[in-house]
Design a protein around this ligand. Structure first.
Ligand SMILES: O=C(O)c1cc(=O)[nH]c(=O)n1[C@@H]1O[C@H](COP(=O)(O)O)[C@@H](O)[C@H]1O
Length: 301
């Protein structure tokens, strides 16, 4: 089964397009985890990140199709953080969740192949060392930097998400520039569609997905039409201001074809007043679950 087929099946099975972003931050961990950490020891922080993310995975398994570990927060801890990232991805694999590693990688073709070999593919016999099902990648180095990823996707039933229109306020500085009558993000969308063309599954989706921010709803409508064969990864919901109405256009008529990411609003839900937890925050996992159910409902509504 291809990556797109698997992800769409997981969306339909769970009845959810929510992607839970795993972006751990020491200062926001629930009290029981924070109190167990020796702050000046990176291995101690990394152990807390592993526990935090694995408990989130256990809390949301069955409620959502996928999780998205953000590599930056693990890399910040050096080698111990990378071990933690590996453990978190493996735990999500075992829990039956699709894993999109957020590394925003890319380079010249031969190095892109190394990134693809490293991250893409969670199934035997060609399982990658990191074992994620998909990876976020930058299009800045052009077509020959994306092709090696797509070739590995073909071999290992994996996927990539190309940055097309990002959620941050400054993204337009380059992405909205016009060249030959079209914007850079429109050109990237065309390239994404071309790369998918000979690789479509029975539902018309290919391995090359696209990142389009929830904070740009008009462009989301435009880009959904421009990339009919791409699963969209839509970040920016919740903490960055994106709402359910803003992302509605991302999904296809089956309610699939896109996942909407939320990180802080779900994983640090114990900090949100509407999800009251005990003073010692010992039941923080309940808040994670409640915030996930709430987001699922909002996106259905
Ligand atoms: O590729 C991404 O996931 C991504 C692309 C983008 O345009 N904007 C964006 O916020 N992200 C990531 O999505 C997550 C958003 O986190 P929250 O704002 O806490 O929900 C972070 O891990 C970001 O790195």
């Amino acid at each position: 089964m291809t990556f797109a087929t698997q992800l769409n099946a997981a969306i339909l099975r769970t009845g959810s397009v929510t992607c839970v972003g795993l972006d751990p931050r020491l200062e926001q961990l629930p009290k029981p985890l924070r109190e167990s950490v020796s702050e000046n020891r990176k291995d101690s922080v990394a152990a807390a990140y592993t526990q935090f993310c694995c408990e989130i995975i256990d809390a949301v398994a069955g409620l959502v199709p996928c999780v998205k570990p953000q590599a930056a927060f693990f890399e910040q801890l050096g080698p111990a953080g990378m071990v933690s990232l590996g453990e978190v991805i493996a735990h999500a694999n075992r829990a039956g969740l699709i894993v999109i590693t957020d590394g925003k990688r890319n380079d010249i073709g031969s190095t892109a192949t190394a990134y693809a070999d490293a991250y893409l593919g969670s199934a035997e016999p060609e399982r990658s060392p990191w074992g994620s099902d998909a990876l976020t990648v930058s299009p800045y180095l052009g077509r020959d930097s994306l092709e090696p990823f797509v070739e590995v996707c073909d071999r290992r039933a994996a996927g990539i998400f190309v940055l097309v229109k990002t959620s941050n306020p400054g993204g337009g500085y380059l992405q909205d520039l016009s060249v030959d009558g079209k914007t850079i993000y429109q050109s990237v969308a065309e390239l994404v569609t071309e790369l998918n063309k000979s690789r479509l599954d029975a539902d018309g989706y290919g391995p090359v997905g696209a990142v389009v921010g929830a904070t740009y709803p008009e462009q989301l409508v435009e880009l959904r039409k421009a990339m009919p064969h791409s699963i969209l990864l839509v970040p920016g919901f919740g903490a960055q201001g994106g709402s359910a109405d803003d992302v509605r256009a991302a999904m296809d008529s089956n309610g699939a074809g896109a996942v909407v990411n939320s990180s802080r609003h779900i994983i640090f839900a114990h900090k949100r007043e509407e999800f009251s937890v005990a003073a010692d925050e010992s039941n923080w996992q309940d808040a994670v679950r409640a915030a996930t159910v709430q987001m699922n409902e909002q996106l259905k509504g």
